[in-house]
Design a protein around this ligand. Sequence first.
Ligand code: HEM
Length: 479
Amino acid sequence: MPSMKGLGPISYQGNAVPRPKKAGEHQVISLIVRSKAADGNVDQGIGLVHPDSCSPWAEGSPSPALLHIAPARGTDCILTIRLDEGVERGCILLDHVQQHNLHLAALEKYDFSLFQPHDEESFEANSLEGEVRLLRAKEAGISGRVEIDAARLRQALAKQLFHRIVAVNELVLVHLDGLALVVRMTEVHNLDELARQEAVSYHCYRAMVTPDTVIDLTEEGQNHDRSGSATSHASRVGSKSVKLINNPQRVKADSRATMLDVVTCDGEVFPVKRKLLRPCISLTQAVRDTQQASVHLASVNTLVFDRVLICLEAEAAGRAVPDFAVHLLGDLLHAAEDLGCRSLQDYCRAKLGKLDLAIHPRSFQEVKARNAAGQCWLTLDGMVLDVTRWLDEHPGGSTIIPAQALNLDCSRFFEVYHSSRESFLYLQEFYIGELTAADAAAVPQPEEPSPEFLAQLRAYTTFRVRVNEADEQKVYKSF
Ligand code: HEM
């Protein structure tokens, strides 16, 4: 499985190639946009610039013939340019589709800089998905649907896009058999489908096309975007201009197994990786039940859930949670409480100066007292776990734990009842401290767990805190 490190707005996973720093890479150059005449597929989608106008970029580049540049602001699309002595100095020739993609107007002057992917960014496109329509069908006097050979269109696209960086929603104009076709990129992936499903957090919105990039095509209006809704204009008006033939569709994995639609209280739907939601213990059943397609949040709205997701993704990727402004933390804390996400609660409380450290040494006497008072505290190999609020979500049911596992060391139960090691993944959420050494030794243990289980448990629970003698004294005093 690829490394999970460094996940950002683009997935930085995979086979990133370290890049040498290039001269002139931060150099901003102002160029006037001029419209390029349509010229069939020759240089389609490629900008032209006089070599003298961009010499600082070309000097440092390993292949100055084709450069990737980006307007200083306002677009995800990256422009590929070729140096051409025929272009007026200080100008850049762009076709209309490029001007549209880059939000640039002819005769205006814009700042451009050489595009640099992040050092750790895997930039090769594994696959692209695009929806096809006919350009200006009415003007061309074409009514009804035109049959297009998808295999040949894929070939033409692969050739035209080779070594270009394409972005989601970018339009690509392709000429085929005298027809002008527009392909809108609906998905761009730098990981294969399996790796995407494995990844807890994955976003990719642009990547470079290579000879290995798989291109899938659909007729406009057939395609569904990531949220599951058809978005194109044609789908709304119900018109289709092309019929793709010779276009076998790849069978896609059922995303229900990996994704859960989270519906916020204001009705927004967030398709979220089930794995990412695992720390939200109030959602355990919904997350584990792959037949359940959606879960509704009664009191978390879109804006707050958006922040929750940012935090969950940061946590999953081992990155620091962003520094949210203090006025946002109250809502975030309520959401974290509703979702049962302990790490996020701790984060908010720490920021609000309210951190009441839940994790500290515990006596067995306290465990028994809590259980007598109706709570559900477990002891597992010396750890104390508070599962009170989670009982209804426990996949093994809400009754077995209070009936069998209280006031004893439940290691053996834990071992025999859990066939997988999935249960380990939840432990940190419930962990509230360690029994003192003396108490741990004195806890009744109906049956000993196997040494293999204990070794696995201890290897997994690296979050455990050590209790020293001074702490042990505190336990008895404080309780
Ligand atoms: C913090 C404590 C616990 C956690 C996090 C936990 C978690 C889980 C999970 C994730 C499953 C479903 C997956 C699997 O089989 O591994 C499960 C199933 C189950 N758990 Fe637990 N569990 C805990 C404590 C216990 C205890 C103490 C008992 C028994 C006294 C128990 C009894 C069961 C049973 C009977 C099942 C159903 C097994 C099956 O259907 O094959 N669990 N638990």
